[in-house]
Design a binder for this molecule. Structure first.
Ligand SMILES: [Mn+2]
Length: 317
């Protein structure tokens, strides 16, 4: 029995299944969570399937969350998708569930769950859920809306099939989803468009990002900048990959001021491995896309110096 068979067998044993994903969700978090939810609702209409966590402005067009109480976890199965470690799980009480399953594509720094299914070769958790569905098509069904959700997740985590995580398998999964009936062009447009104030911030990013001679980039969005563009942390995720458009950029870090004076730190790379650096600063993630935290400006400066060393070593080896 392979691991997806074990997952299906466990799902069959439970009447209530509560699906969680990570905090500050992106389209892959919502897509894999709600896409799996659609598969389970369509395939097992008698089961109670709930989506846990906060409903997120800006992504609520994909799916809205259910209100889940502690009582719902009595004898329930919790499935946690796209979430590397338990502190990042959105929604409380998952630890009250009778059993847990982890399904994720981030490095398995914290294995958890009665079943822990991690595939770091997958572009996205939505790709893994699509594969799960395809492997068990004889027993599972997928609605058009479920296909849309999973497709949104793959598009989100691959930057519309641009990032290096995109494999032949990714494209096979995406192709299978496109067999369903949904408006993929409209979905792509929706995922790719930003409000005017964010478009103005795009301009600021290109004006102000600096690169050293090896292509290590840095951009600071301090509280004055955040105020000037009238944006909060949750709204700036779409700028993180922008410096990648610059030919000379190899890897970059973006610091985003938080209300409490600390900084959220984003790392992206075209080659140098940056997740070990993220781990040094209370973060982690993928080798080419990670996040961390900095307590003050001094720590942001230290992070950029460390990034410069990584990029220089990569370029000169
Ligand atoms: Mn993901």
């Amino acid at each position: 029995m392979n691991i997806t068979d074990e997952i299906l067998e466990m799902i069959k044993q439970f009447e209530t299944i509560i699906i969680h994903r990570h905090q500050r969700p992106d389209p892959d978090a919502i897509g894999s969570q709600a896409g799996l939810g659609e598969i389970l609702k369509t395939s097992f209409p008698a089961k109670k399937i709930l989506l846990a966590g906060e409903t997120t402005d800006g992504l609520d067009f994909l799916a809205k969350m259910d209100s889940v109480t502690a009582k719902d976890y009595d004898g329930a199965l919790a499935i946690i998708v796209d979430t590397a470690d338990t502190p990042r799980i959105d929604g409380e009480n998952y630890d009250l569930a009778k059993k847990w399953i982890k399904i994720d594509h981030h490095p398995n720094d914290q294995p958890y769950g009665d079943i822990c299914y991690v595939n770091t070769d997958a572009s996205s958790c939505s790709e893994m859920i699509t594969d799960f569905y395809l492997q068990h098509q004889d027993e599972l069904s997928l609605s058009d809306n479920g296909a849309l959700l999973l497709y949104a997740g793959i598009v989100g985590d691959t930057g519309r099939f641009l990032y290096p995580g995109t494999t032949p398998e990714t494209l096979r999964m995406a192709a299978a989803l496109r067999e369903f009936s949904f408006d993929a062009a409209a979905l792509n447009r929706k995922l790719d468009s930003v409000p005017m104030k964010i478009a103005k911030l795009f301009g600021y990013v290109f004006e102000n990002v600096t690169l050293d001679e090896f292509g290590a980039g840095v951009l600071m969005l301090d509280s004055d900048v955040m105020k000037k563009f009238d944006v909060v942390d949750a709204e700036v995720s779409s700028i993180v990959s922008l410096p990648g458009k610059i030919e000379e950029a190899q890897a970059w870090t973006i610091f985003v001021a938080q209300e409490d004076g600390t900084f959220r730190v984003h790392f992206r790379s075209k080659g140098p491995v940056i997740n070990e650096l993220a781990k040094l600063h209370h973060g982690g993630g993928h080798p080419m896309a990670s996040g961390a935290k900095a307590k003050d400006v001094t720590e942001t400066e230290e992070i950029y110096r460390q990034l410069q060393t990584i990029v220089r070593d990569f370029s000169t080896k």
